[in-house]
Design a binder for this molecule. Structure first.
Ligand SMILES: Nc1nc2c(c(=O)[nH]1)N[C@H]1C(S)=C(S)[C@@H](COP(=O)(O)OP(=O)(O)OC[C@H]3O[C@@H](n4cnc5c(=O)[nH]c(N)nc54)[C@H](O)[C@@H]3O)O[C@H]1N2
Ligand SMILES: Nc1nc2c(c(=O)[nH]1)N[C@H]1C(S)=C(S)[C@@H](COP(=O)(O)OP(=O)(O)OC[C@H]3O[C@@H](n4cnc5c(=O)[nH]c(N)nc54)[C@H](O)[C@@H]3O)O[C@H]1N2
Ligand SMILES: [Mo]
Length: 766
């Protein structure tokens, strides 16, 4: 265990006394979106940087927005592809604030750990490599060469390469990701956990088993012809705002848009396009035509109910030819639905039979349906079953591999899909490994590596001793914060390649390094000139990204350069050629990864290029049987004692994962604080509490209780028995051993909690 101080490593657990609660808004976008974004941007970047950086955003010669993975429109994109949360993401990176060596000399690590995530993030960009020696209280400057030596020494000293963990977050470029996984595999391990393990892993697993692909089967053009779009467990108004323009165009054509969500998220009610005059001045466009307030984790039941109703009442919409020619398992699926009881369905879904039947009629009348989803369905014990039920529904109507129809898992991080394509995966296929081994003349390790949860357990049990993160905020993003903190502290060395200060820099191994890197918005100048990096969006389009801003500091290195530095001291390889000219990395990607032939030429074409997709393009299903699979799942039954609630941990409008942009959640009417718990009025009353009371949240799993203190109760339109809080404040409540079957994704949207009156006085009295 490290012995530098004993900080309370979680965010400060004190009430937000100034939190204000108003009414949720009736629409999203509009003038407030522009003014809030510009105010935040100008505050952090100043006027001229704001103008130049926002004009470059998502332009063909500009950089890819670090905000989300929603694709850019083809052809006529406006000069100003505006999105409030994209602007905030840029401002956060292009801020003029700096974390310097003087800052680290002034503040002990233990002192910094007492600060909130919001405060840490607002200190600005990291500027030079910093080192926390064993036993030290403060980080001190270190040269790049010395830093790489520290890493090389620790990695070479390990008993086995499997004692190191190499995490990746989804902002990493294709080029950096490809080099990183190559280094890790040449070092000798597949311990490549990534943020996907906590995100869309359940989508990947569920789709791979049923459709033979882990990627979504639609492109943006399909949204122009779909006549029904289901948005399941996703809050695009906050997390994928550019998707609202797509939905708006669909709504104007008369496309039905259905939201399945415990919360009636404002972003899906009505959208005022900030780039249209009517969007700024008028009432906006109504988006969701139907809203089903499903209970948390009621999706398997609801989806089964819809399908049962379709089979019973709308047999004409079943695509029997498709089912006969392309699928397996239809009979068992029908038998299971016939035997399912409506009582079990309505009880679990929390939606009446009549409403489910009405939705079934809408879907039955659709000729081309797209199902979109995100974290609302992927972070439950039965998350893979959720995904497979979505696939069942699509298969039933033949809504796969035809225009306007298909599966659309909406990815989170801007290059999380590309990182996986590049081989950031703890369970690589044999085919990938053999192509990599052939190209680079080595034998890659075949044994599967650690995912995120396995990695935490291995560090905790001292089976892994070195932790390296290429981006992200591992401590705060992962479940069971206290347990994960102990795990990181057991390590000999922890290394964070980062742009901004975060809590993972403060909870460290015996010694620790912070390696500051260039961000998307910045110029990446190498020996061979200014470099382009590439990313892959949520729909498999690969395109270039060119940063134009001057780097936050002269000492920053690019991610590929940092990976090359680590590889040099660890393996003795000279990758300076790769760093000098990223085209040389892309040449190798093109030879290893199918679909990337001639990559260097094609990424330079406007808009980039689309990766081939066998399901979308040819209705070819690379499953074990070569056919798409109908599957059967029981409705999950969760034991919930009286007084207990199911809690989902969600994002506010002012955060990007663990980066807290601000303290407001404008669309939900909450401002000036984040320690809130959203509850149904009847649950509040039944438990003897009142709106505004301060409570501690206690989670219950396998006899173990975990506690997060001091949350203000907010009355909200949420189904009975359900609660909502913000991530990452409540990650401390998510049990490390509570993971989705099949994908091992932490169950961050299904946490069983109870409420206890807080020792602190209620905010109403404070
Ligand atoms: N501005 C901004 N953009 C982001 C991010 C960010 O933090 N900020 N994060 C990025 C990342 S990495 C990701 S993965 C995405 C996340 O994007 P989302 O998945 O939209 O994010 P969450 O806030 O986790 O919201 C999940 C939604 O699911 C609903 N939900 C929760 N439980 C259930 C359930 O059991 N069933 C159903 N049907 N719905 C449920 C919640 O009410 C909420 O509306 O966004 C990406 N984009
Ligand atoms: N309870 C709960 N937990 C969750 C979730 C949830 O819904 N509920 N969602 C999960 C999901 S979907 C995800 S994706 C994970 C996210 O997990 P992560 O990806 O690990 O977390 P982020 O908060 O996105 O990482 C932010 C940090 O990334 C660094 N960074 C930003 N840009 C760059 C860059 O260009 N390069 C490098 N090297 N570093 C950069 C900055 O230092 C910043 O502090 O969290 C998961 N955790
Ligand atoms: Mo994510």
């Amino acid at each position: 265990m490290s012995d530098h101080g004993n900080p309370s490593f979680l965010s400060p657990e004190v009430l937000d006394p100034a939190v204000r609660v108003g009414r949720p808004s009736e629409s999203s976008g509009g003038l407030p979106a522009v003014t809030v974004a510009l105010t935040m941007a100008i505050k952090q970047m100043g006027v001229s940087r704001t103008v130049s950086s926002l004009l470059d955003l998502n332009q063909e010669a500009g950089y890819d927005c670090p905000g989300c993975a929603w694709p850019d429109p083809d052809g006529e994109r406006s000069r100003f592809e505006f999105c409030e949360n994209g602007a905030k993401a840029v401002a956060e990176e292009a801020t003029r604030e700096r974390v310097t060596r003087a800052f680290f000399a002034e503040h002990a690590v233990a002192e910094l750990a007492e600060q909130s995530d919001y405060w840490l993030g607002k200190r600005g960009r990291l500027t030079e490599p910093m080192y926390l020696p064993k036993g030290a209280t403060h980080y001190e400057p270190i040269s790049w060469d010395a830093a790489f030596d520290v890493i090389g020494r620790e990695l070479r000293a390990l008993g086995s390469p499997n004692e190191a963990v190499f995490y990746t977050s989804g902002r990493t470029s294709n080029e950096a990701a490809f080099l990183y996984q190559l280094f890790v595999r040449q070092f000798g391990t597949n311990n490549l956990p990534d943020c996907s393990n906590m995100c869309h892993e359940s989508s990947g697993v569920g789709m791979l088993e049923t459709l033979g692909t882990g990627k979504g089967t639609v492109s943006l053009a399909d949204f122009e012809v779909a006549d029904c779009i289901l948005v399941i467990g996703q809050n695009p108004g906050t997390n994928h705002p550019r998707m609202l323009s797509t939905l708006q165009r669909a709504a104007r054509r008369g496309c039905r848009i259905v939201s399945i969500n415990p919360l009636e998220e404002s972003g899906l009610k009505r959208f005022k396009h900030p780039q249209e005059v009517s969007g700024v001045l008028g009432a906006g466009t109504a988006l969701a035509t139907d809203f089903l307030p499903v209970r948390i984790n009621g999706d398997v039941a609801l989806l089964k109910g819809i399908q049962k109703a379709i089979i019973e009442s709308h047999p004409a919409c079943i695509d029997h030819a498709f089912i006969r020619d392309y699928t397996d398992g239809f009979d068992a699926y029908c038998n299971d639905l016939a035997a399912e009881s409506w009582d079990a369905i309505t009880e679990s879904a929390g939606i009446e039979e009549a409403r489910i039947r009405a939705l079934a009629a809408v879907i039955a009348s659709s000729k081309a349906m797209i199902c979109c989803w995100a974290m609302g369905v992927t972070q439950h014990e039965n998350a893979v079953a959720n995904i497979k039920e979505i696939v069942n529904l699509l298969l039933l109507g033949g809504h796969v591999g035809r225009p306007g129809a298909g599966a659309c898992p909406v990815r989170g991080h801007s290059n999380v899909q590309g990182d996986r394509t590049m081989g950031i995966w703890e369970r690589p296929t044999q085919q990938f490994l053999s192509r990599l081994g052939t190209e680079f003349d080595f034998v890659p390790p075949a044994e599967h590596g650690f995912d995120v949860v396995h990695a935490i357990e291995a560090m905790h049990e001292q089976r892994a001793h070195v932790f390296v993160a290429l981006g992200g905020n591992f401590l705060s993003a992962t479940p069971d914060t206290a347990y994960t903190a102990q795990a990181l502290r057991q390590c000999r060395l922890t290394v964070q390649v980062s742009t901004k200060l975060n809590r993972s820099h403060l909870i460290t191994g015996e010694h620790a390094l912070i390696l500051p890197c260039l961000g998307r918005t910045e110029r990446d100048l190498q020996q061979g000139g200014a470099q382009v990096i590439t990313v892959e969006d949520s729909m498999g389009i690969v395109h270039g990204s060119h940063g134009h801003l001057a780097p936050a500091s002269d000492h920053l290195r690019s991610e590929p350069a940092i990976v090359a530095g680590i590889a040099q001291t660890t393996l003795g390889v000279d990758w300076s050629g790769f760093v000098a000219d990223y085209d040389t990395i892309r040449d190798r990607i093109a030879r290893v990864i199918p679909g990337f032939d001639n990559m260097n030429a094609r990424v330079r074409e406007p808009g980039g290029f689309a990766l081939p997709h066998a399901v979308r393009d040819r209705r070819e299903f690379a499953t074990a049987s070569g056919r798409a699979q109908f599957t059967v799942h029981a409705i999950p039954r969760v034991e919930i004692a009286p007084g207990q609630l199911v809690m989902m941990t969600i994002r506010s409008h002012d955060q990007f994962n663990t980066t807290i942009y601000g303290l407001d959640d404008r669309y939900r009417g909450i401002s000036n604080g984040r320690r809130v718990v959203l509850l149904n009025a009847d649950d509040i009353a039944a438990q003897g509490f009142a709106d505004g009371d301060a409570v501690d949240l206690v989670s219950h799993f396998r006899g173990v209780q975990r506690c997060a203190r001091n949350f203000r109760i907010v009355t909200y339109a949420i189904p009975r028995g359900c609660a909502a809080t913000y991530f990452p404040e409540t990650n401390v409540l998510v049990p490390i051993d509570s993971v989705a079957a099949g994908s091992r994704t932490p169950t961050s949207k299904s946490v069983i909690i109870s409420l206890a009156r807080a020792a602190t006085r209620s905010t109403a009295d404070a």
